[in-house]
Design a protein around this ligand. Structure first.
Ligand code: ADP
Ligand code: MG
Length: 230
């Protein structure tokens, strides 16, 4: 729809700008971090230095998310198994999920076609989504991940949590930068994910109910037999 096109245009302009600025800010930031560390060793009270350092780290991670947006120009797409990518990410999220009393269950259909993708970018997407689900369950809970062959030349990954949920009127605006309900959130994870999925010709469908939970389905075009024989 017209609405979707507009969103992708906005994102690509924003991405170019963001990448340029992120590059420029990273260099002075690195030298500031170095000098702060030097100063810290001269003082016995490290408290203020630690705050400065953790805030600098925060700026650094925001810049990191922006830099992902600049990658598509040099992106390499390869034939990949979604299952392997998702399994890797679940393993990677293990420490965070255990700390938060969250259990992750994975269900994989046996007959899954491969997809054409950039592995690192997809890892970033699933990491963002799992992280959001874990963060949505302050007292712990269950995340169900399901990978399925949609049967129409598409593969989908469904991530379901029973967390705080998202208000209905907020759902259409998700993907806009800097919307975050978290004290330490950047509000960039979903924007980056939308952008990456879009560059893979996929789509993301979000369903949610406040106090019930959220279901996010990420759908990718599968590599079809026809395509392989060309
Ligand atoms: P951040 O995680 O830094 O806040 P995101 O772009 O990843 O930024 O997410 C934006 C916002 O969308 C979150 O702050 C949260 O309010 C909402 N959100 C995203 N995923 C979920 C989820 N699984 N459950 C509840 N809220 C979510
Ligand atoms: Mg997030």
């Amino acid at each position: 729809t017209a609405n979707l096109l507009l969103k992708s245009e906005k994102l690509s302009m924003l991405g170019q700008m963001a990448a340029g600025i992120a590059h420029e800010i990273r260099n002075p930031l690195t030298s500031i971090k170095g000098f702060i560390q030097l100063l810290r060793s001269n003082y016995s009270n490290h408290y203020y230095f630690d705050i400065i350092f953790s805030e600098l780290e925060r700026i650094n991670s925001i810049l990191g998310e922006f830099l992902i947006l600049s990658k598509p120009s040099v992106m390499i797409f390869e034939e990949q198994d979604v299952k392997t990518i998702v399994k890797d990410i679940i393993t990677l999220s293990n420490t965070q999920s255990i700390l938060n009393n969250v259990q992750i269950f994975l269900e994989v259909e046996s007959d899954l076609p491969k997809i054409n993708c950039n592995k690192n970018q997809l890892k970033q997407v699933f990491l963002n989504l799992l992280k959001n689900s874990i963060e949505a369950m302050a007292t712990g809970g269950i995340i169900e991940v399901k990978i399925q062959n949609k049967g129409n030349g598409e593969v989908s990954v469904i991530i379901k949590d029973n967390g705080v949920g998202i208000p209905e009127d907020r759902i259409p605006t998700l993907g806009e930068p800097f919307y975050s309900t978290k004290e330490k959130g950047t509000g960039l994870g979903l924007m980056t994910s939308f952008k990456i999925i879009e560059s893979h010709k996929g789509r993301m469908v979000i369903n949610s109910k406040v106090n019930k939970g959220t279901v996010i389905e990420v759908i990718f075009p599968a590599i079809t037999q026809q395509y392989l024989e060309v």
